[in-house]
Every structure is written in structure tokens, then in C-alpha cells.
Design a protein around this ligand. Structure first.
Ligand SMILES: Cc1ncc(C[n+]2csc(CCOP(=O)(O)OP(=O)(O)O)c2C)c(N)n1
Ligand SMILES: [Mg+2]
Length: 405
């Protein structure tokens, strides 16, 4: 699949002058309906090994999401933004990248990070409340999970452009890398997203922007977020091709993302891919999604579950039977057990590390809070010691009942 067809003038139409070139927008426009493979003739003639491999990864991904959510209920993970329902986007984003490429994830994308080879406990380190990202970005070629929306898109452009500049001055070092940035639908309203796409297109940086349109930015539905025909149309204004794909169709996701990466790697510049998907769970474990969306909507999207759709295809095509399904289910349970074991073995963080790296020299308030915490922890260890700074010897507790011990 080519992203921009050969029949279309490759780059510029009309004259190039000081007022700027004009590009043919038609070749950049996304399709009117999301690209689908499942349920079409293309699925029947596709690579059976790829389809089976995708299913295995989706199944493990779903189990990863379920296990991480359980860890939040046990208080072992502070927060978890599940990608349940978005597994096809997550695993294909990791699969289409070569070793030399870079992934730029957001907080939603721990599964993509694990799918690229990071240990679950390390991918989830930030969600345990640690101050560091948990894995070596240079070893895995994965940037830290970005919480400020869309900032990772600008980082991806900077890294990809810098790599091309380095290669131009030292061709022997050429890696021909591509950067793939994952952004949410809400993230496309951010200034950083605009700047990233604009720079990427002008610089022809080898970047793929994958927007997972899961319908919501916390409680804000897409209709209140953007008036664009589709989010993929935003590409055209920057001068890059936009692609619209069914994000719950793993075969389509793999096909469209592979083509986008090949396009960027070939030096044709960036691509914006919008994957239409749905967040089946709440924004995070701290969110109550029933306050802003109804059960019927969620049930409708459950019928479009990326796992069941691929499973139906595999079973119909004779590529999966009950024995195979049971074997995969056992693998998923093994993964869950491994995640639990990794959490059991992880050392407890030092509570005082809360205050480290906030300022180069701690403020007087931070020093006071650190001393207060130390006193409380000492009291936990030795309940007879009266180290509670809020407890006056007149017997009154000045903490107004908010004592956390
Ligand atoms: C710059 C910035 N503004 C606001 C927030 C608060 N915030 C966290 S998640 C979120 C919603 C993002 O929605 P979307 O981009 O669709 O991603 P999703 O959570 O659906 O994956 C917001 C507004 C933030 N993290 N960063
Ligand atoms: Mg969203």
C-alpha cells in the first residue's frame, strides 16, 4: 500500500515562489470511511501467521490491562489509564517499528511500551508513583510516558529531524530511523500537536503520528472537542497525508501503520493516522465514566471489541480452534502471574524520595514536610514515641480528623 499514489505529482503543483508552493490537497485527504480488513476479501487472502500472532498479542494485552487494573484496586498501583478496547492500536504501534526506530507514548500507552519489550513492572513504574520513568529510553528507544498532552509529538519530531541532520553530516552512521508518536483525540487540540505537525511537514521529518480516537478526553466527547470532519483531516492543513483506519481491526491497523512507517522511512515525510477506537473502561481507576456516557453506548462498542472480531475471523478461517484458544489463555495467565511476581519482588520506594528532585535546594516548606513525614514514620515504627507534631500535650488533636495513620 502506498500512502500517496504515484499518479499524483509527488510534492508540489504550480509554481514555487516566495509566496510558497501549493500542494495538491486531494492526494493528502483521508478516506471517507475508515480502512477495514476484517470482514472483507482482503482478510481471507492475508498472512495467516500475522493474524494469529496479532490475536495472541491482543489477548496478552487484554490480560495485561486487566491485571494492571486489579493492581490499582489492591493499592499496588497508584493509577492506571487502561487501554482496554484499544489493544489493536497498542500492539500494532509497537510491531510496525524496527529496532532502530523510536516510540513516543502517552500515559495511556503502557501496553505499547510492553509490546516493544519493556518489562511490565518497568513500564508501570510511573504509575506506581515513582519520579523516574522505569526503563532506559535509549536502550529500548522509547521515550518516557508523557502526561502533558501532545508534548511527546513535538519530541518525536525533534528526535527524528535531529537523526536526519546527523545522518546527512555522517552518512556512515545512517540508521534511517522513524519516530512514532501516540496521541489521544483530546491531545489533537493542543498547541504542541499543531507545532509538531507543522514542523514535521515543513522539515519532512520521518514521523508517524498515531491518534487513538477513543471518543473521549476524560469526560469530553469528541463532538465537543473538535469540529474537524475527522481528526485525520487535520493532516491536510499541514501538508501531510491523513489516513483514517478502524482502530479495532488489528489487520487494518497493521497494514495502515506499516505503510505509514514505510512512507516516512522512504523520505516522503510524516503521516497522520487516525485510528477510530473506543475506551471500554473509565479514563483511569479514579474516574467514574457512568457520569458522562451511557451503558448502551459502551455495550455497542463491546460488539466491536478488537479481540472478538479477530477471534471470529480466525475461527471462521480455520486458524484457531478450542485447543489453540486454551493454550493462548494459559499464556495470558502466565503473563498475569509474572506481573504479580514482579510487583511482589519490587522494593518499596523510600517515602522521603517524595521530596527529592523537586527543587535543587529544598524550600523551607519542603524541609518542614519532610521532617513531619519522618516524625510520623518514626511513630509508626515506635507507637510509644510521641513524635506527632500535630498532637499537643493538652490532649487535643490539631489535625481536624484528617490524620492518615
Ligand atoms: C497539557 C495538558 N492539559 C491537560 C491535561 C489533563 N488531562 C489529562 S488526560 C486528559 C484527556 C486527554 O484525552 P485524550 O487526548 O483523548 O487521551 P485519552 O486519555 O483519551 O487517551 C486531560 C485533559 C494534561 N495532562 N496535559
Ligand atoms: Mg481520548
Amino acid at each position: 500500500m502506498t500512502i500517496v499514489h504515484d499518479s499524483v505529482p509527488p510534492d508540489l503543483v504550480g509554481s514555487v515562489g516566495p509566496c510558497g508552493p501549493r500542494r495538491d490537497p486531494v492526494s493528502l485527504l483521508p478516506e471517507t470511511e475508515p480502512v477495514r480488513v476484517l470482514g472483507t476479501r482482503a482478510a481471507a487472502v492475508g498472512d495467516p501467521d500475522l493474524a494469529r500472532d496479532l490475536y495472541r498479542r491482543l489477548l496478552l494485552g487484554r490480560r495485561f490491562n486487566r491485571q494492571a487494573t486489579t493492581l490499582t484496586r489492591q493499592g499496588r498501583l497508584a493509577v492506571y489509564p487502561a487501554s482496554t478496547g484499544q489493544e489493536a492500536c497498542q500492539v500494532t504501534a509497537a510491531m510496525v517499528l524496527a529496532e532502530q526506530d523510536w516510540l513516543f507514548p502517552s500515559y495511556r500507552d503502557t501496553l505499547a511500551v510492553v509490546a516493544r519489550g519493556v518489562r511490565p513492572i518497568d513500564a508501570l513504574t510511573l504509575m506506581r508513583g515513582h519520579s523516574h520513568c522505569g526503563y532506559d529510553p535509549y536502550e529500548h528507544r522509547i521515550a518516557p510516558l508523557a502526561t502533558p498532552l501532545a508534548t511527546q509529538a513535538a519530541h518525536a519530531v525533534g528526535l527524528a529531524h535531529a537523526a536526519r541532520l546527523r545522518e546527512a553530516s555522517d552518512p556512515a552512521s545512517a540508521e534511517n530511523l522513524v519516530a512514532l508518536a501516540l496521541v489521544g483525540d483530546g491531545g489533537t487540540s493542543e498547541g504542541d500537536f499543531h507545532e509538531a505537525l507543522n514542523f514535521a511537514a515543513v522539515l519532512k521529518a520521518p514521523v508517524v503520528f498515531l491518534v487513538q480516537n477513543n471518543g473521549y478526553a476524560i469526560s469530553v466527547p469528541l463532538a465537543k472537542q473538535s469540529a474537524a470532519p475527522t481528526l485525520a483531516h487535520k493532516a491536510v492543513g499541514y501538508g501531510m497525508p491523513g489516513r483514517l483506519v478502524d482502530g479495532n481491526d488489528a489487520l487494518a491497523m497493521h497494514q495502515v501503520l506499516s505503510a505509514a512507517v514505510a512512507h516516512a522511512r522512504a523520505g516522503h515525510g510524516p503521516v497522520l493516522v487516525e485510528a477510530v477506537t473506543y475506551r471500554l473502561e473509565a479514563h483511569t481507576n479514579a474516574d467514574d465514566a457512568t457520569r458522562y456516557r451511557n451503558a448502551a453506548e459502551v455495550e455497542l462498542w463491546r460488539t466491536r471489541d478488537p479481540l472478538t472480531r479477530l477471534e471470529t475471523h480466525l475461527r471462521t478461517a480455520g486458524l484457531l480452534d478450542d485447543t489453540g484458544a486454551e493454550r493462548l489463555a494459559a499464556q495470558a495467565e502466565e503473563l498475569a502471574a509474572e506481573i504479580r511476581a514482579q510487583f511482589d519482588a519490587a522494593p518499596e520506594p523510600d517515602p522521603q524520595s517524595l521530596f527529592a528532585h523537586v527543587y535543587a535546594s529544598p524550600t523551607s516548606q519542603l524541609r518542614e514536610q519532610a521532617a513531619d513525614l519522618a516524625a510520623r514514620l518514626a511513630l509508626d515504627e515506635d507507637p510509644d514515641a510521641d513524635a506527632d507534631p500535630d498532637h499537643d500535650h493538652d490532649g487535643l488533636d490539631r489535625n481536624n480528623g484528617s490524620d492518615l495513620r
